[in-house]
Design a protein around this ligand. Structure first.
Ligand SMILES: Cc1cc2nc3c(=O)[nH]c(=O)nc-3n(C[C@H](O)[C@H](O)[C@H](O)COP(=O)(O)OP(=O)(O)OC[C@H]3O[C@@H](n4cnc5c(N)ncnc54)[C@H](O)[C@@H]3O)c2cc1C
Length: 379
């Protein structure tokens, strides 16, 4: 569907695809098996402008659009979904809210090092007892003198271990649910702020998923992000954009499953012919490709609306819903096409299935996506 891309977007796609094939693909399987965070790769992605694709050059961003961002995340995730979400959580969930809701001082202070990849960012909304129901979060922030004092535990935080700049949500008026939450920028190294438990996971094993613990963590008064008690809105707007990133990650996984299946089905012979000659295999490939292209178009539409400054909340939820289910579907079919080999670690199909599953869960589960979509329909 390259005919929908501009010359600049096509060039970016080519550049990221080349980088991903040469630098990410050779280590993806090993890093995932060993749970290695791709430090050097992230540094190089920063040098290429890919840690801040859609942000202005004055903040060290690449000054491109959200369709370019979608392309970059898909191309990276084609070879390593972990690296895809490291970049996506950093860009969509940490850079974006600071860019969108930060004061000029905050932007100048945080964005250049984030967009260049010198510092990594994270977004901490989820808590042990508060997932889909984000308004039930228990973390609090109290203004004492000229400091916000934050107490609470965030968990399941992507980039939790590596992040130096964290966008954290806390109740500033615990008597209110969603209307009493504010957003804050907390820096690594602040007294009372530490990384807690690391999760062991089914997939995306190059990423850290950790607790962040705040115990009487005092941050400067000016580190509130956006207006007092408007944090829930900031979280929701941020997650709308994040869902386009996760949809793009899912597209990368789906494409990997399709491309590997085509290659394998041409090479593997049974009954004296390549298995791609069997109609059963051809139909699986046809279904996989149709689901992928439908998902791509939905993600493209969401990104285009965001670029045009139009509402895109429902469209982002649709893109994430469709693309994540497509990633799981394609990865499952890829294993089937690979037969017994697909069930082994000799091939990547099993990794795709493990990586795909999380795209149906994080940045809002697909049940929550259906709530967002139907709420917009019934308005
Ligand atoms: C690997 C990983 C990385 C993550 N990264 C981050 C991160 O960087 N930052 C962050 O803040 N969070 C992060 N999360 C948290 C993630 O966003 C949540 O796990 C997700 O939103 C679901 O919350 P939960 O796990 O508490 O499940 P729950 O909300 O407890 O949901 C359990 C089940 O109930 C369903 N359910 C809940 N409410 C409803 C409803 N109203 N109607 C229908 N069904 C419902 C859900 O769909 C799900 O099937 C991450 C999670 C994982 C696993």
């Amino acid at each position: 569907m390259d005919y929908l891309l501009t010359e600049e977007q096509k060039m970016l796609k080519e550049m990221v695809a080349k980088f991903a094939k040469e630098e990410i693909a050779p280590v993806a399987r090993e890093f995932e098996e060993k749970g290695i965070f791709p430090q050097e790769i992230v540094k190089k992605l920063g040098n290429l402008g890919l840690m801040g694709v859609a942000y202005p050059p004055e903040y060290n961003g690449a000054g491109m659009d959200n369709i370019s961002y979608m392309i970059a995340i898909e191309e990276i995730s084609r070879y390593c979904a972990s690296t895809g979400v490291i970049v996506s959580a950093h860009s969509s969930l940490a850079v974006d809210p600071i860019y969108r809701f930060g004061t000029e001082e905050q932007k100048k202070k945080y964005l250049p090092a984030l967009c260049s990849g010198e510092r990594i960012g994270c977004f901490a909304l989820t808590e042990p007892s508060s997932g889909s129901d984000a308004g039930s979060a228990r973390t609090t922030a109290k203004l004492i003198g000229d400091k916000w004092v934050i107490n609470g535990t965030k968990h399941f935080i992507t980039n939790g271990e590596e992040a130096e700049v964290c966008v954290i949500f806390a109740h500033t008026d615990p008597s209110q649910k969603t209307k009493g939450i504010s957003a804050f920028i907390v820096e690594k190294g602040t007294e009372g702020f530490r990384v807690g438990k690391h999760e062991k996971k089914l997939g995306i094993n190059c990423t850290s998923t950790t607790e962040l613990i705040l115990e009487d963590c005092a941050i400067p008064k000016e580190n509130i992000l956006g207006d007092l008690n408007k944090g829930f809105k900031i979280a929701m707007v941020t997650l709308d954009g994040g869902r386009l990133g996760i949809a793009s990650q899912a597209l990368g996984i789906a494409r990997a499953a399709i491309e590997d299946s085509i290659k394998f089905s041409k090479e593997r012979e049974q009954f004296d012919q390549p298995i791609c000659q069997f109609q059963a295999i051809q139909w699986m490939l046809a279904n996989m490709n149709t689901e992928y292209e439908a998902s791509w178009l939905l993600t493209y539409r969401g990104s285009l609306l965001k670029d045009k400054g139009l509402p895109y909340s429902k469209e982002a939820a649709m893109a994430k819903l469709k693309a994540s289910e497509t990633a799981s579907f394609c990865a499952d079919r890829a294993i089937q096409i690979h037969g017994g080999y697909g069930y082994t670690k000799e091939f990547d199909a099993e990794r795709y299935l493990r990586d795909a599953k999380i795209t149906e869960i994080y940045e809002g589960t697909n049940e929550i996506m259906r709530i967002v979509i139907s709420a917009a329909m019934l308005k």
